[in-house]
Design a protein around this ligand. Structure first.
Ligand code: UN1
Length: 498
């Protein structure tokens, strides 16, 4: 066991404790006896200081040219690349994901940095013809202001970068409030930002709980935009506070993602997709596969093989290179997953595999839960509708492609989706008819790439997209500019055309 990392807030270019002096502890999910880090229990006073710093820094940062801002973002990418292994090791220990997944998380952040560094030399606006003579019209992007970025623990380096890097390139200043379960990853990331040369106050870090720090960052009148990734319940609250205080808000929330497997699919491929979509990252991705919609003709053979392969998954600490499935993030998440299995039992659902926390001597001190497969789950079941965020997948049987798509859409969420078929007509119908922000054909529901839009419909989001060029519309305001070079007053909306 190593000594705990003492994380601090980073406000106006200074590392500092919470003004209250209080700290909180962050435990190793693979062994809760180990304190990985301590972090400041920040409150309204710390948020006040961060907002003041970010507002002050905004005055200068918005005037720095976008290519110059992007150059710092490029340097962030370079430093992250140099520190990839160290960050991945830290993440694996702090968050529990396997080391290969942790490397993938950091790589996603690196890709993000290089992508948005390129955006700094584009940030395209538009020129549009004016309806008048001798008049020029265009629309240009301008920054929004101070952005509160509230991020989850499941992608502790990638998601803060998804939000912060495009925000910075667009000329905003940011305050990052990372999840309480991953303060050390956030601290290491902000240290990279600092080293890359961001001026003081441009990127600030305020640790703490959602109740105290998060709430204050959403409600503060000095904040112009809130970007939040987390549960739909908290997201709805964030949205209502932002509505009342007139802030721009971008929400990325839950999913109940389904994979359809048709009778004509490449079954081995579909099987691998299901296995890793459902149990990769211990099911703790908002894109995780939590429903498998199987055509009746292949249901039995597919299910038998899935059980067989899921049974063989090696559970353990993420840091162990032999581990395939790590622990759940914390005790409350472990209880939550366990409660859902209790609900399944009460509903009379059949558990084909798993269903219990792991109680072996080596893993009993961690938050490990057995990969779990539930059979013939009716669409109205809570297990078919609610996001569990753990290694739990439900099976459903269908007789036709149309029925499969209908069932896939029968959910309050709409983030990711997947269809395995060799029929190109079905594939294109799926692309047209599935109600989700992301659809994979012959690939699992996870694995979105950072240069494409990411987000969902229905209760998953609020109409915005992250990642890709789409997120630039979140982090910038359109300004419409008219230049009249006629030397005369040209009055618009005076209709003298007969
Ligand atoms: C999330 O779980 O919140 O598509 C993000 C994926 C990852 C991102 C997931 N690139 O699975």
């Amino acid at each position: 066991m190593s000594t705990p990392i003492h994380c601090l807030n980073y406000i106006d270019g200074q590392w500092q404790p919470a003004q209250s002096g209080e700290t909180l502890e962050d435990l190793n999910p693979a062994d809760r006896r180990e304190v990985v880090a301590t972090f400041p229990r920040s409150g309204a006073a710390d948020v006040e200081a961060a907002v003041t710093a970010a507002r002050k820094a905004y005055r200068g940062w918005r005037l720095v040219s976008a290519p110059a801002r992007a150059e710092i973002v490029f340097r962030i990418g370079e430093i992250l690349r140099g520190r990839k292994e160290a960050l991945a090791q830290l993440m694996s220990r702090e968050m529990g994901k396997t080391i290969v997944e942790a490397r993938g998380d950091v790589q996603e952040a690196i890709d993000c940095a290089f992508y948005y560094a390129g955006e700094g030399r584009r940030l395209f606006g538009q020129t549009t013809p004016s309806e008048m003579d001798n008049k020029f019209a265009m629309s240009v992007r301008s920054p929004v202001g101070v952005c509160s970025l509230i991020t989850p623990w499941n992608f502790p380096v990638a998601i803060p970068c998804w939000k912060a890097l495009p925000a910075l390139v667009c000329g905003n200043t940011v305050i990052l409030k990372p999840a309480e379960d991953t303060p050390a990853c956030a601290t290491a990331l902000i240290d990279v930002f600092r080293e890359a040369g961001l001026p003081a106050g441009v990127a600030n870090l305020v640790h703490g709980t959602g109740e105290e720090t998060g709430r204050a960052l959403v409600a503060h009148p000095g904040v112009d935009l809130v970007s939040f990734t987390g549960s739909s319940v908290v997201g709805a609250e964030v949205a209502s506070v932002c509505g009342r205080t007139h802030k721009r808000v971008c929400l990325e929330m839950g999913g109940k993602n389904a994979q359809i497997v048709m009778e004509d699919a490449d079954l081995e491929l579909a099987l691998k997709g299901a296995l890793w979509g459902a149990f990769g990252t211990t099911g703790q991705r908002c894109t995780a596969t939590s429903r498998l919609i199987l055509h009746r003709d292949i249901k039995q053979v597919f299910t038998e093989k899935l059980i067989e392969q899921a049974r063989q998954l090696r559970l353990g600490p993420g840091i162990d290179p032999n581990t395939e499935v790590g622990p759940l993030i914390n005790e409350s998440q472990l209880s939550r997953v366990h409660e859902y299995i209790e609900i399944a039992r009460q509903e009379g659902l059949k558990i084909l595999l798993g269903g219990e926390p792991v109680r072996s001597e080596e893993l009993v001190h961690g938050h490990f839960f057995e990969p779990t497969i539930l059979d013939e789950v009716p669409p109205a079941s809570r297990l078919a509708r609610e996001e569990v965020f753990g290694p739990v997948v439900v099976l459903m049987t269908v007789d036709s492609f149309e029925q499969a798509v209908e069932l896939l859409n029968d959910t309050p969420y709409g983030l990711s989706s997947s269809v395995y078929t060799r029929d190109v007509n079905r594939a294109f119908r799926a692309i047209r008819d599935i109600e989700a922000g992301i659809t994979y054909i012959n690939g699992p529901t996870t694995g979105a790439e950072v240069h494409l839009p990411f987000g969902g419909v229905k209760q998953t989001g609020n109409g915005h997209r992250e990642a890709g060029a789409a997120v630039l519309d979140v982090f910038s305001e359109w300004k419409t500019v008219y230049v009249d070079f006629s030397g005369q007053l040209q009055r618009a909306q005076i209709d003298n055309r007969s």
